[in-house]
Design a protein around this ligand. Sequence first.
Ligand SMILES: Cc1ncc(COP(=O)(O)O)c(C=O)c1O
Length: 358
Amino acid sequence: MFTAGPVACYPEVLKAMGMQMVSHRSAEYKGLHVATVALLQKLLETQNEVFLFSSTGSGFMEASVRNCVHKKMLVCVSGAFGERFAEVGVSNGKQVETVESTLGEPVTPDMLDEKLSKTKGVEAVCITHNETSIGLINPLQKLAEVAKSHGKLVLVDAVSSMGGTRIDVDRWGLDVCFSSSQKCFGVPPGLSMGSVSAEALKKSETAQNKGWYFDFKVWEKHQKKKGTPVTSVIPQISGLYTILQIIESKGGKQWFFDLYAQRNSRIREGVRKLGLTMFPRAGFESPTVNCVNSPEGVDGVAVYEAMRNLRFELAKGYGSVQNSTFRIGNMGYIEMETIDDMLKSLEYVINKLAMGTQ
Ligand SMILES: Cc1ncc(COP(=O)(O)O)c(C=O)c1O
């Protein structure tokens, strides 16, 4: 599977998830909870609280808005998931300003700086780290630096980057940084995990109508008791703990980031050898999802379908570039040899489809 998520899971993860259930109030669960949180804090270089939500990543996105924005937020939009962040703001009754890049381009620190200088009353800046829809990575550290220089909270959607590339939460000043289980961690969907700073928790204290399910203060209270306010998604947490332990046993997070980088460059190099180009601006290509321009006259969806017939599941292009691109993810459980096999099939498919256009 070379999807944009859910992805194939490590066999060890699937095995761990088959465990018999324990109560989410038991000593066994508390041990698992504390150990998983500690490993996530290590991965994210943070002393902040890390919550384990029984929801997908969009739940954590909603939580970040409800807890950290009283009135007004600014969203950096470079694709469909930035648009979703803005939509979540509007649907929760917030005033939403946006700073938007041309499709395929990142939001730059200068664009953000200019917008913040002109816009009054913004409390939080929302950033999509890795825009899965078009395989583009935004310059998160620099964007966060700009937001912080204006005294704003920084809310980060790291759904398709956490685990796949470095994120230093404390050093970069990220107030909320969340992800989903079904992406780089290679765990089935249903769990989201995110760090929440002391400043974000303080903001939450006076947030009105933030609901109960995603109230950071309620989660903080239960975190002190080594658990969650609602029933935890225990199988997913066991799976996450397992992959985090595997990472530790291989020497730590750099090993995992390097593995992602190796897979990613193998795919990109292979694609380049086929004479294909990447959709995002050079230098901002995602380390986890490759968005490839389909050759002239070849429909991206046809590439996706033909690859599927050869038993390789890629991802279709997204939105307005659906027919002109296709995506090749490198998240989850993928062996290097499988990448080579996939590239051979892609060569066959591209040649065949290109012939059909002549
Ligand atoms: C960048 C990004 N943000 C948010 C989401 C939504 O995550 P979820 O489906 O876990 O709610 C996705 C899912 O693909 C994503 O790629």
